[in-house]
Design a protein around this ligand. Structure first.
Ligand code: FCB
Length: 444
């Protein structure tokens, strides 16, 4: 069945993680605290009262983890750098032992022939910058640009790509809009201003890294979804259009068109962000690639209570609707609306309540999820979207933010008591799928 899914011969296959979710070693070797370290100090913020102090202990086990990655036969590994590990205060002095860790990780990946795709910011702002106002403080954007330039000077010729941000929608709306994520602020106006500063920081970082002139491809990773009206009613259509404008276009338009979408700006009213002269020129930088994270679609109903997606659609352990067609539709829509650079699916995967039985984890639903999404992705490519790679989220079960360790996204099971890693059935399936691709008919 999977034989019929076709991809270009040069397609990149990968797995993804992020620093706070796997590294642990919260205070090792001079690392400064991040906003997620602080947020977890109040156990009420995390469903299981846990924290990232140890997580998957990847900081100490990275060599074994790189072996694990290599055993999957993937081409590439996407991970993030913990800013406060390499610059404990988010400004000023660099922490050499922190850089040494990433240096060793890059060596280990290179030794296995695995391309490194680095994300600079996967939500773990140095706490010292938070104490000065965090992303509400415009100056943080400049600190981020300095950090980006330094990383690119040191590692820019050793990594295949550098993404500025991971999912700034989440940093703004979950960090500052509803307070579910660090730093735990619930203030609609603040969230919108933060989204602007995140975009500004992206643009400043792109320019700063370009000035360094490293070989790495530079871009950003956005979480995106299509927004479907629940019914044909005018109210549902209007809601869907607004949802798409506030989430997808809000980040895409400034980057590709140099302005905010008028519909969303009107809806924000007095909460619209303060934008300085020249901000859009700074934000609207050419990208070498666009990373798209896709998990689900938005299903928009103006009724009370809102209509839900059809019962027949499966849901993941997060309660997220399984909707692979949305990936094809999203990519085709983006392709129509923007002059896209090469696209990478930088995250896609699902949580399931996996159990280890007789040393094995049978996660058939995850295999089905990945297979159907890959098929949806192949369809978008066949229809002309230039997608160059796919990174499965995630390599390991890990600290799933405010869900703690209660939700398992890995294709490798982690026993947190022993740190033992056990590849799930999906890991073997993914390995075989990739191996088969190499011998299978391709698009070119
Ligand atoms: C994305 C995040 C990633 C992980 C997955 C499930 O929003 O980028 O860290 O939490 O969701």
């Amino acid at each position: 069945m999977t034989d019929s899914i076709r991809f270009p011969a040069t397609f990149t296959w990968g797995v993804a993680t992020s620093a706070f979710q796997i590294e642990g070693a919260a205070t090792a070797d001079g690392k400064g605290p991040s906003i997620w370290d602080t947020f977890c100090r109040d156990p009420a913020n995390i469903i299981d009262g846990s924290n990232g102090d140890v997580a998957c202990d990847h900081y100490h086990r990275y060599l074994d983890d790189v072996d694990l990655i290599a055993s999957l036969g993937v081409d590439a590994y996407r991970f993030s750098m913990a800013w406060s590990r390499v610059q404990p205060l988010g400004s000023g002095a660099w922490n050499e032992p922190g850089f040494d860790f990433y240096d060793r990780l890059l060596d280990a990946l290179a030794a296995k022939g695995i391309a490194a795709h680095l994300t600079l910011y996967h939500w773990d702002l140095p706490q010292a910058l938070q104490d000065a106002g965090g992303w509400l403080n415009r100056d943080t954007a400049h600190r981020f640009a300095d950090y980006a330039a330094e990383v690119s000077r040191r590692f820019g010729d050793r990594v295949a790509s550098i993404a500025t941000h991971n999912e700034p929608w989440c940093s703004a709306n979950l960090g500052y809009g509803n307070g579910q994520f660090a730093p735990g602020v619930a203030d609609a106006k603040a969230a919108i201003q933060v989204s602007h500063h995140l975009l500004l920081s992206h643009g400043l970082a792109m320019s700063a890294m370009r000035a360094v002139g490293a070989a790495a491809k530079l871009g950003i990773v956005l979480n995106q979804w299509t927004a479907d009206p629940a019914t044909d009613s005018a109210a549902d259509h209007a809601l869907a259009e607004l949802e798409y404008a506030r989430s997808v276009q809000w980040f895409m338009d400034p980057i590709f068109k140099g302005s905010y979408p008028a519909l969303a700006l009107r809806a924000h009213g007095a909460n619209a962000p303060v934008v300085h002269d020249g901000d859009f020129a700074a934000i609207c930088q050419p990208l070498d690639f666009l990373g798209v994270n896709y998990y689900f679609r938005a299903f928009c109903s103006a009724e009370t209570p809102p209509r839900q997606p059809p019962e027949a659609h499966a849901r993941t352990d997060m309660g997220w609707e399984v909707y692979p067609r949305g990936l094809t539709e999203l990519l085709l829509k983006l392709h129509r609306e923007y002059p896209l650079p090469p696209v990478y699916i930088t995250e896609n995967g699902m949580a399931s309540a996996d159990r280890i039985e007789a040393g094995a984890v049978s996660d058939a639903a995850r295999i089905d999820y990945v297979r159907t999404h890959l098929s949806a992705l192949a369809e978008a490519i066949a229809q002309g979207v230039d997608v160059r790679g796919y990174f499965l989220w995630s390599l390991l079960d890990n600290f799933e933010w405010n869900s703690g360790y209660a939700k398992r996204f890995g294709i490798v099971y982690v026993d947190y008591a022993t740190q033992q890693r056990t590849p799930k059935a999906s890991a073997r399936w993914y390995r075989d799928f990739i191996a088969q691709r190499r011998g299978a008919p391709t698009l070119d």
